[in-house]
Design a protein around this ligand. Structure first.
Ligand code: BTN
Length: 326
């Protein structure tokens, strides 16, 4: 049974849904079925947590448009599927790891998500770290329970990249580029990545659940990127002020909604092909310790990349990492 929501929590939901609008204390008390004194107490608690709640001219309350704290109450009202486990941490090791634990414990199912404002051991592909500083990006992991085997679901990552493209376009108007397989680019810099992990049943080969982890750099971190990412990593916006009016909670909800929508069928959405940077370019393929050059021809409907090797033979790459040679 779901725990009873506190006045603080319900007030936050109401204010997040009406961001920038003044709501009278009377109306709030009526909607939350509590006293005006209880509303005032909850406003005080939220202000202490860092929410900018202004008192309007007619003694109402308004959550400032600039308030951009990531919160379950700010995300859930915008979800298409609202009755899911949703956990938002101010700080966590890795949302992928936390989501896996929640799924294994049985409390989180299809459509559930774990988000964080900061990750201390954010994980990237191939055992790399994913730089995830505070107040600068969105780090979220969504649990999916797709039908079929691991093999049939290898397109999940490509579907996720298309979902990120769609959600970011819908909320910010920015059209991200996708670099096969799952990197997200903006003005030539990597602004996001996806790490998909799955737990399978050893005997049947069926997926028990998958965790799709999405990391998106919204604003450049205050102290800049670490030296090894300088020139490679970027963000959707140079500075936080440039992202005025972009609600992180709404963007998080849009990412979850789009991901659930785009993974309903076993097919890669057209956005993946239309916005992919790789076809038509000379590429360098990082294959274990070995690197080689090839021409990228096209992405096949099943997500594999058709390439022409240096000796002229055409082959299909299933996964791996490529860099563009321009
Ligand atoms: C990559 O580009 O190598 C993939 C990066 C994936 C990062 C995201 S952030 C949210 C989720 N939690 C993690 O620890 N990793 C993924």
């Amino acid at each position: 049974m779901a725990a009873k929501k506190t006045v603080r929590s319900r007030l936050l939901e109401l204010l997040e849904q009406n961001k920038g609008k003044v709501l009278s204390g009377e109306r709030i008390a009526e909607e939350l079925s509590c006293t005006r004194a209880a509303v005032w107490k909850a406003v005080k608690v939220l202000r202490e947590e860092g929410y900018e709640i202004e008192a309007g001219p007619n003694r109402g309350y308004m959550l400032s448009e600039d308030s951009n704290l990531l919160a379950e109450e700010g995300i859930r009202p915008f979800l298409d599927k609202q009755e899911v486990y949703l956990q938002v941490y101010p700080e966590v090791g890795s949302t992928n790891r936390a989501a896996k634990e929640a799924a294994v414990s049985g409390k989180a199912h299809h459509g559930s998500a774990v988000l964080a404002d900061q990750q201390n051991s954010g994980r990237g592909r191939k055992g790399r770290q994913f730089f995830s500083p505070k107040d600068s990006g969105l780090y979220l992991s969504v649990i999916l329970e797709p039908k079929g085997s691991l093999r049939e679901n290898l397109i999940l990552t490509a579907q996720a990249a298309a979902a990120v493209h769609k959600a970011v376009k819908e909320i910010t108007g920015i059209s991200l580029d996708i670099k096969w397989v799952n990197d997200l680019y903006c003005h030539g810099k990597k602004v996001g990545g996806i790490l998909t992990e799955a737990v399978t049943d050893f005997e049947s080969g069926e997926i028990q659940f998958a965790v799709v982890g999405i990391g998106l750099n919204l604003y450049k971190p205050e102290k800049g990127f670490p030296a090894e990412l300088e020139g490679v990593a970027g963000a959707l916006y140079e500075k936080r002020e440039d992202a005025e009016g972009i609600n992180r909670n709404k963007l998080a909800a849009a990412l979850i909604n789009c991901l659930l929508e785009e993974t309903r069928e076993i097919r890669i959405p057209p956005e993946y092909f239309m916005n992919n940077l790789v076809p038509g370019h000379r590429i360098q393929i990082l294959d274990g310790q070995r690197t080689r050059f090839a021409d990228a021809l096209e992405i096949c409907p099943d997500g594999r990349l058709k390439i022409r090797e240096e000796d002229g033979t055409e082959t299909l790459l299933c996964y791996g990492e490529v860099s563009l040679k321009i």
